[in-house]
Structures are given as structure tokens and as C-alpha cells.
Design a protein around this ligand. Structure first.
Ligand code: SF4
Length: 374
């Protein structure tokens, strides 16, 4: 498949690996921000092919994983109401709230539906004017524009029985929060290419300068990741800290102006809680005053929520790169994808799920190898 297979070429991967091995003279710790990159790294064994002292730390870039427990519990409460059709992408249905998940609500009679686009939810609202249709709008700068556009369309078409339960988050404030943490070991970032395809790269030079860290915009295929690592360690070895774009086939410096304009119209920046991390100032979006009537939290009064995280789950440390998933005592025993304790074991982009899928049978602590990926 064009633009995928050529970015998995083993010979080219070996050349990039040779270059990385020839460049690195000291230990370096790099963080890949996005959960999609984490899965690619673990699936292809990229971390095991790098020089011994180059560590890839998995970042908090899994949208499902960072959605706060309180928001999940609100979703469960709203979805349980008889007048509500609750629509969501499928990966949210198994995310554990306090004591249950959306699948449980559905099995108890709640009208919970999996959709493939927020516009599907808007169509359901059009077809069922007597019901209240709620779409669960979570995620980073990548999923926020279509959700913003759906609310814009609802307003334009006068569809008043539609609302959005919003938990959108932004990457740059999370990088800032990680760098300000006293426990932070990160020396360079592989920034999330798809986020930058929407937002561009303007938000990153200030962070690179302030924290003296290279930030390299990186894609998702093995060659993309290796090129991101190659450019990051090259900067580190030279004592540089710039923003570089290693994903030019998708990312322009200015991003996607139409998507950014839609975000600016429909949302406003707000503080957001990140599951396992806490509140990060200015790290999210909520619906702006003009669109507030489409805010599910505004439309439905949801009170009396008391959240409780499973004591055994250490996903907060996993999300901050302080713990590798297989170092959690519950990994693969008390906690599996069928019986997840934390969202990082549920989501397609969760680090715990990646280790369970690709490393469970003894690979997690395997020594680094020298053969190429793919
Ligand atoms: S393995 Fe399970 S219990 Fe442990 S941190 Fe990951 S999600 Fe939480």
C-alpha cells in the first residue's frame, strides 16, 4: 500500500539504524508523545534495535487513556438516562469507570451506540427528534476539528437535540507539564505527526528553547520513527535543541488552517484534568459561549459523582513515562485487555495494551538485538 509499505522497508530501516548507532556516544532518553507511535515501536521492536543506552519513554498521548475518570463516570450517568442515545467511538465502551463501563450500561438497557463519525450521531439526532443524542467527544487536536465541525453543523441546521460531552486535550501544555515535573528524564521529544498535521509546528519552538530539548515531528511507520530518533539524537549529540519536521509528507508548518479556524470558532481553551496526571493549565478545550447550549455537561445536570481508581493500577506512572507497563505487578495477571484495570490496557493506543499484545511472551525484557525491523 502506497505511503505505508515503503515506510516499512527493512533495508532502509537498517541504514537508519546504522546511522543512529554511529551517531550515539552517550545515553539519551527520548519520549514518543503519541500512543500510536508507542504501538508502532513495540510492535516492530524498534526500541530493542536502538543502541543500548537510547531509551524510548512512552508518553501520555493516548486520548482514551487520559480521559479523566470523572468524565467517564459522567458519560455512564448520562448514557443510563432513558431519553438519551449515547454515541461513541467503540474504544470508549470498555474503558472502566468507577465500577462499570459503557458496555455494562448498554447491557442494562441503556441506548449506547458505536458510531464511526460524529456526523453519524448528528444524523441519529435528526432522525430521532424526540430523543436526546449525545456524542462522546474525546481526544487530542486530531479528533477535535471534526467534533467542532459537527457542533457547528448542529447549530447551522437548528438540530437542538444533539450535544457533545467534551474532553479534548492539547499536546503542548502536556509537554510543558512533563518537563516541569521533578521526575522528568526526557531529553528529546518525538512529537505526534498527526497532531502537527492539524496544528502545525508554531507551538513548539518556545518549548524547545525554554527546556533545551529537541522536538522532532515524527510519523508512525517504522522508518518514520527511526528517522525521528535519528534526527533527535543527532541534535542531542551536537548540543542543539530545535524543532524539526521529519514528517513532511503530512505536516506543514502552518498546519491545516481550515481545521484551526473551526477549532477557534467552536472551542475555547480551558484547564483540563488528565487521568493519572491531574489538572494541567490550558491543556484542553471546551465549547465556547456561543455553542454552550450544545455542551452535554451544561444540558444534563450530573451530580454526586465520587470517583475511585483501582488501587493496583499504576497507569498514571505509565502515562508520565515513570514506569514501563510490564513493571506493574498487575500486568497480565489481574489486568488484561479482557479484564482491564486501567484505560492504558483497554485502548488501541494504550502502552499497557501494546506490551500485552506484542511483549507478553517474554520479549519485554529481552536484550536489544541488531537485526532490522519488519
Ligand atoms: S497493567 Fe493494568 S493495572 Fe497496571 S498500569 Fe497498566 S492498566 Fe493499570
Amino acid at each position: 500500500m502506497k505511503y505505508i509499505e515503503e515506510f516499512q522497508n527493512p533495508q532502509l530501516a537498517q541504514r537508519l539504524l546504522d546511522d543512529i548507532h554511529a551517531t550515539v556516544t552517550r545515553p539519551w532518553a527520548l519520549m514518543e508523545v503519541c500512543g500510536g507511535q508507542t504501538h508502532s515501536i513495540i510492535r516492530h521492536g524498534i526500541d530493542q534495535l536502538l543502541p543500548e543506552h537510547v531509551e524510548l519513554i512512552h508518553g501520555p498521548g493516548c486520548p482514551v487513556c487520559v480521559t479523566p475518570l470523572e468524565v467517564i463516570d459522567k458519560a455512564l450517568e448520562i448514557a443510563s438516562r432513558p431519553e438519551v442515545v449515547f454515541c461513541s467511538f467503540g474504544d470508549m465502551l470498555r474503558v472502566p469507570g468507577t465500577g462499570r463501563d459503557l458496555f455494562r450500561v448498554k447491557s442494562e438497557g441503556g441506548d449506547v451506540r458505536v458510531v464511526y463519525s460524529p456526523l453519524d450521531a448528528l444524523r441519529i439526532a435528526q432522525q430521532n427528534p424526540e430523543r436526546q443524542v449525545v456524542f462522546f467527544g474525546i481526544g487530542f487536536e486530531t479528533t477535535a476539528p471534526p467534533n467542532a465541525m459537527t457542533v457547528y453543523q448542529a447549530r447551522r441546521l437548528g438540530i437542538r437535540n444533539f450535544s457533545l460531552l467534551v474532553s479534548h486535550v492539547r499536546v503542548p501544555p502536556a509537554i510543558e507539564a512533563l518537563m516541569l515535573s521533578p521526575d522528568c528524564r526526557v531529553q528529546g521529544f518525538l512529537a505526534a505527526g498527526h497532531v502537527c498535521s492539524v496544528m502545525g509546528t508554531d507551538e513548539y519552538p518556545e518549548l524547545a528553547e525554554r527546556f533545551a530539548v529537541p522536538i522532532v515531528v515524527t510519523g508512525f511507520e517504522p522508518l518514520d520513527i527511526l528517522e525521528g530518533v535519528r534526527r533527535t539524537v543527532r541534535q542531542l549529540e551536537r548540543g542543539e535543541h530545535r524543532v524539526e519536521n521529519a514528517y513532511p509528507r503530512a505536516v506543514r508548518p502552518e498546519g491545516n488552517p481550515a481545521a484551526k479556524a473551526m477549532l477557534e470558532d467552536v472551542f475555547e481553551v480551558t484547564d483540563r484534568a488528565w487521568r493519572g496526571i491531574g489538572v494541567i493549565p490550558d491543556s484542553g478545550w471546551r465549547l465556547s459561549e456561543r455553542y454552550r447550549e450544545y455542551d452535554a455537561e451544561h444540558r444534563f445536570t450530573v451530580g454526586g459523582i465520587t470517583t475511585e481508581e483501582p488501587a493496583a493500577c499504576r497507569s498514571g506512572e505509565v502515562l508520565q513515562g515513570l514506569l514501563k507497563p510490564h513493571e506493574c505487578e498487575a500486568f497480565g495477571t489481574l489486568c488484561t485487555p479482557r479484564n482491564p484495570l486501567g484505560a492504558t490496557m483497554v485502548s488501541n493506543e494504550g502502552a499497557c495494551a501494546a506490551y500485552y499484545l506484542y511483549r507478553r511472551l517474554g520479549g519485554a525484557t529481552a536484550p536489544k538485538e541488531t537485526s532490522p525491523v519488519a
